[in-house]
Design a protein around this ligand. Structure first.
Ligand code: AKG
Length: 197
């Protein structure tokens, strides 16, 4: 396990068969709650596409960043698959389930700027995040804006845990190596981010 500025990076936490089982489990979720292109509050589209599973999903649009119980098309979010919940319970050691499994899809050229995860009411719970598919360059900053950053490549099956003093650390994805993994039939990267909202 790597520890960068309090962020735990569990390299290879999920082996190939476990990753393939998760992709299968996500198929009906993505069918029930299709990926959409979110926009920043200023109207600019994000390069990642996203959707959610759970009782709450995270969305951003001209109304701001928030959790809400429905997909932008109006339907309730699908349930978080048991395989994903197992990962959360294994990492946190707690019975409480996450409210939200945010699903980010990075196609060729997609990235995510440095940001904090701070839309949750209870910041005592960690954020647990899983990489599936193409490699991604993960950048970690500080708990306030600015300052030096450090980067590490995340590979398929790696789990990142941001909790305790690192719960509000700035982080982002600079780029992916499109086509570096064969896990997803069309290439790209899926990131699952589990949070108590
Ligand atoms: C987020 O959804 O807040 C992320 O930072 C995703 C990070 C990742 O894709 O690994």
């Amino acid at each position: 396990m790597l520890n960068l500025r309090g962020v735990e990076i569990r390299k290879g936490a999920l082996d190939g068969p476990a990753q393939a089982r998760l992709i299968e489990a996500l198929r009906p979720v993505l069918k029930a709650a299709p990926l959409f292109t979110p926009t920043m509050p200023n109207g600019k589209p994000l390069s990642v596409r996203m959707t959610s599973a759970g009782s709450l999903g995270w969305v951003t649009d001209k109304g701001g960043y928030r959790y809400q119980p429905t997909h932008p098309k109006g339907m309730a979010w699908p349930a978080i698959p048991p395989e994903v919940l197992d990962l959360w319970h294994g990492v946190t050691g707690q019975d409480r389930a996450p409210d939200c499994c945010l699903i980010n899809y990075y196609g060729e050229g997609a990235r995510m700027g440095l940001h904090q995860d701070r839309d949750e009411a209870d910041l005592t719970w960690p954020v647990v995040s899983l990489s599936l598919g193409d490699d991604a360059l993960f950048r970690i900053g500080n708990t306030s804006r600015g300052g030096k950053t450090e980067s590490v490549w995340l590979n398929s099956g790696d789990v990142v845990v941001m909790g305790g003093p690192a719960r509000l650390i700035y982080h982002g994805i600079d780029r992916i190596r499109f086509g570096s993994s064969r896990l997803l039939p069309k290439g790209g990267r899926l990131n699952l981010t589990l949070r108590v909202a």
